[in-house]
Every structure is written in C-alpha cells, then in structure tokens.
Design a protein around this ligand. Structure first.
Ligand code: MN
Length: 213
C-alpha cells in the first residue's frame, strides 16, 4: 500500500509564491487521490504490489513502448496515471523548499553543468520556463539526467514520469492548472518564473545530480 507522504513544510510555508489553499488541496486532495487510485489498481493486479515504485514505473515504460511488461493491459492506464501521479508529486514536494533555505549557491556543480549544457544559466532558466509554458493541457516540466548521463529539459503530458524511461529527475514543476490556478489563474508563465526563482531546493538538486554522474 502506498501512502501520502508528509510534507517537510507547512501548507503556508511557500507563501506568497504558492498560497496555502493551493498547497492544501494539491497535497491532501489531488495527491491523495493518485495514491488511493494507485492502491486500488494494484489490488486488481496484486503481483505488482511487491515492486518498488521505481520498478513499477519502469514496467509502465516498457508497456508504453510495446515491450514485455508485468502490467496487464487492463490496468496500464490506471497505473500509468496514478503511479506517475504519485511519483511526480512525491518528487515535487521534495524539490520545493522554503526561502531562504537551499539557495542556488548550494548547487555549484549543477550550476556549472547547466551553464555548459545550455549556454548559460539564464538560457537554461528561459528554456525550462518556456518548456513548461508550451505544454498543451496538463503536465510537467523536468530537468533530468537521461540514460546517456546528459542533462536534458523536457515536458511530459498528464502524469507521465521520467522514471518510465529510467531518467533521473533533478528539477520539476507541476504545470497542471490545479497547481497554480487559484493564485495565478491563466498566468502559467508567471507561476513558473516565481517557482523557479524562489522555491527550488537547489541542495537536493545538487545531491541528485552528483549521485547519477
Ligand atoms: Mn499536481
């Protein structure tokens, strides 16, 4: 049985950048629903219950690519949406941080690597925000280290997760409307800039980056 993880901070801790009501609903209602629906899907196919979340999601990736997978076709969309939803939110709550903790000066190696990869830090920031802005409908924007050990920015639709493909998430922002609509309404770009500039947990990003190199 999967469980809703506790947050490392209170629902109001990210004010004024993300408001308390959004955080409360996002964590206690939206994320809880992914957890409940994932558990329900796994009851239907109980041989999957023993897998670690990461391994379960790799099985989703195989099934999407049409390879042999432990996940039966009947349950694929439930496990894809809710397993991805659980993993993505679990990651998101960790990669957000209260100011002034975990500033970008805590991520010197990652900073240098994104400068090298994207032609400068502000180019990296622009590309990350643009990628989230351009996602049509609901989804996520990610900085990952891919299987070739290269930094890459991409967006996933819905609750698709980089863990489907064995990529390591380094940074993420949820661009579903439920993540920002109460405060930012249609201004997704403003929400993305505010989160990028004020709320990312750079010391965790640095740790994840160094771990996969
Ligand atoms: Mn969400």
């Amino acid at each position: 049985m999967y469980q809703l993880p506790k947050l490392d901070f209170s629902y109001h801790a990210l004010e004024p950048y993300i408001d308390e009501a959004t955080m409360r609903i996002h964590h206690s209602k939206h994320h809880q629903a992914y957890v409940d629906n994932l558990n329900r899907a796994l009851q239907e196919q109980s041989d999957l219950e023993k897998l670690r979340l990461q391994d379960l999601l790799q099985e989703v990736g195989k099934a999407i690519k049409g390879e042999d997978s432990l996940i039966k076709e009947d349950y694929l969309s439930a496990v894809r949406n809710n397993g991805g939803g659980h993993a993505n939110h679990k990651f998101f709550w960790k990669i957000l941080s209260e100011r002034p903790q975990n500033p970008i000066s805590d991520a010197p190696k990652l900073y240098k690597a994104v400068e090298d990869e994207f032609g400068g830090f502000s180019e990296f920031r622009d590309r990350f925000i643009e990628t989230g802005l351009k996602r049509f409908g609901s989804g996520w924007v990610w900085l990952v280290v891919n299987k070739q050990k290269k930094l890459e920015i991409y967006s996933t639709p819905n609750q698709d997760s980089p863990l489907f493909w064995g990529d390591q998430p380094i940074l993420a922002v949820d661009v579903w409307e439920h993540a920002y609509y109460l405060k930012y309404q249609n201004r997704r770009g403003e929400y993305l800039s505010v989160v990028f500039d004020n709320l990312l947990n750079w010391s965790l990003a640095e740790k994840l980056f160094l771990k996969v190199l």
